[in-house]
Design a protein around this ligand. Structure first.
Ligand SMILES: [Zn+2]
Length: 306
């Protein structure tokens, strides 16, 4: 695998040195995998309260892990959002659709990133969802509530689709996530007639195989992307940051809807990825989000691919 990366300032003001006004640049990295090309495209970043990520973790314990990352005492986390674009043969596959304009002002920049690659939404042949959270799903419609990727086949795991389209969900989801439920249902209703629903282990596109990684959401899926002898894993959010998730994978992550299942998925998957030295893309790992896991006994370390 060979990686190149670049950062482009689009309408941004470059200040002295390399400082760029936040939210005004996008970046991408390109990885050659067998006969295919994998790009990660920045959709911007989120701004999350510390409590959303840390769950019940004791603050002092958390700060020990966060200190090497310069995040001890941070009130907010600002995880990057990296979409994966996979081009192989005649397929142009986008993993997740980004936030769109309605979630957070710091996210929803995907169109600028695609434009810089010379791509339009009409070029995308497949949109594959890891899960139904806003930063992954809400960018799927245009200003007229029509599918933005007008020529694409959309794909989502059956369990995930059933969860977000359950009419009873707004009554059972945590109140602070009610907008997640309403927003997902509205978008999936538009796609309902044509979306392809699949199960764990399905090869949904030649070389792209679904892998159940439940916990972050009830039907969260990751994907093995293979071309020739090479494989890369598109994680989505089952390993959702570069600090806790690796250094303390057994700690509950407050962003996981089922924290117990999230821990089980994360610990098992990290061991597999580290022991096989598999390259992966993490949606919320630092842009461009491509790297490996290094094992230190029962804990791990994220090693970015540069
Ligand atoms: Zn996410």
């Amino acid at each position: 695998m060979k990686m190149t990366r670049r950062t482009v300032m689009s309408g941004a003001i470059a200040l002295a040195g390399s400082v760029v006004l936040p939210g005004m640049s996008w970046a991408n990295a390109t990885l050659t995998v067998g006969t295919g090309t994998l790009d990660t495209l920045s959709d911007g970043h989120l701004v999350l309260p510390r409590s959303f990520v840390l769950a019940d973790t004791v603050a002092a314990d958390a700060d020990v892990v966060l200190e090497p990352f310069g995040l001890a005492d941070a009130d907010t986390f600002m995880p990057d959002c990296n979409l994966t674009l996979w081009r192989n043969g005649d397929r142009v596959v986008l993993f997740d659709a980004g936030s769109g304009p309605d979630f957070m002002p710091t996210a929803g920049h995907l169109m600028a990133a695609m434009d810089a690659l010379g791509l339009t939404p009409e070029d995308v042949t497949d949109v594959v969802f890891t899960h139904g959270h806003p930063d992954h799903l809400w960018g799927v419609l245009d200003d007229f509530d029509e599918p933005l990727f007008a020529n694409a086949q959309h794909h989502m795991g059956q369990i995930e689709y059933n969860y977000w389209t359950d009419p009873g969900l707004p009554d059972t989801i945590l109140p602070e996530r009610l907008t997640f439920a309403v927003g997902a249902a509205r978008r999936l209703e538009v796609l309902a007639e044509t979306i392809n629903l699949f199960a764990d282990g399905a090869q949904i596109i030649p070389g792209v195989t679904a892998r159940a990684t439940f916990g972050h959401t009830p039907g969260h899926m990751s994907f093995e992307v293979a071309a020739g002898d090479e494989v890369i894993v598109v994680l989505g959010d089952c390993i959702a940051n570069h600090h806790f998730a690796f250094a303390r994978p057994e700690w509950p992550n407050g962003s996981d809807q089922d924290t117990t299942a999230g821990v089980a998925t994360r610990t098992a998957l990290l061991a597999q990825l580290a022991d096989a030295d598999t390259v992966f893309v993490g949606f919320h790992l630092p842009t461009p989000g491509i790297g490996r896991a290094l094992r230190n006994g029962e804990t791990f370390q994220y090693v970015a691919m540069t």
